[in-house]
Design a protein around this ligand. Sequence first.
Ligand code: GLA
Length: 390
Amino acid sequence: MDLKALKKSFADHLFGTPDGIYTAPGRVNLIGEHTDYNGGFVLPGAIDKGITLAIKATGYNTIRVADRIHAFSMDYIEFSEMRLTQTNLPGQSWAKYIFGVVREFEKRGIEEVKGFDVVFYGDVPLGAGLSSSAALESAFAFALNDLYGYGFDKFELAKIGQATEHNYVGVKCGIMDQFASLFGKQGNLIRLDCRSLEHQYMPFNPVGYKLVLLDSRVKHELVNNPYNRRRESCEAAAAAIRKRHPEVEFLRDANFAMLEEVKTEISAEDYSRAKFVIGEVQRLLDVCDALNKDDYKTVGQKMYETHAGLSKLYEVSCEELDFLNDVAKKYGVTGSRIMGGGFGGCTINLVEESKYEAFIAGAVADYKTKFGIDAKVYDVVISDGARRIE
Ligand code: GLA
């Protein structure tokens, strides 16, 4: 899909000529997984794949019905019409995100979000752990804010996207994905403190290495929202520690000794989850130090440690992802781990250029033999965040 097809679809829906075209990307995360909702650090970067939309403001138009959203998804080939005053969620899963973003603007004092016509498409693989949903939220939040001049900064737009997940999708996510989608910068990772939202751009140009994603193409839809349950475990462990150490607001503030003190007071499951998070906060800091010294061996070693923790302690990996991690070791890949929320999706791999071809060919073949699935390969291109293109 391209901009020409987007504009053609816009015209075909009798929306005329768009007022603007906007895009917002998905993200990768080098290290720091499940640390964002624990007040910790993350190290994401926006990628060259995202959601692109053509939009026209209709709220000023007195001839047309001004209180309507008309939205068409080119990927799903589905149309949704929503009234701005409606309270019930729309039927299509993708339309819930648009609905949520609009409601969150209203909660922040925009008395009446005005109507718009929109057509959009995405090239972020769905269910691959690359945050297609954050790209969708950020694209709409950024576009509406710009088009109607609501005047929110990018911090607030990220919170609007996150609140959309919490209140209309039911995922109690952290802020990493929306932040990366809005604040992304070409060639840079973002070292983000998820408590204060202080952030630094870290140029990422590992000479002699490539960063590549292997998409397992499995997404295990599990019952009882396991993501939210992980978060609850972390909060329970932090609450137990806080009774003895009032300064501990989040697990980010705790250390292993504090966790040991409460070991018998919390469940074995909560203990394991917290143990992973406390280790992961430290690993991220170690990786930032290593990056400053161009020490990619250490970066890679920490990535493997993260995978082991996500698999054994946090239990968000699966057979397919563990297999891809083992395959990476077999081909001498410097660092590899499951990326994102888990339960499927991609591994992120830091691989020496000289080993790249053999690794990709070998991993894809081994995976096919074992699971009968063609893994997909995406080279990571760290790109800019949400923006207006036309
Ligand atoms: C998902 C969430 C993020 C973050 C990651 C895990 O992508 O949306 O907020 O918690 O999982 O690091």
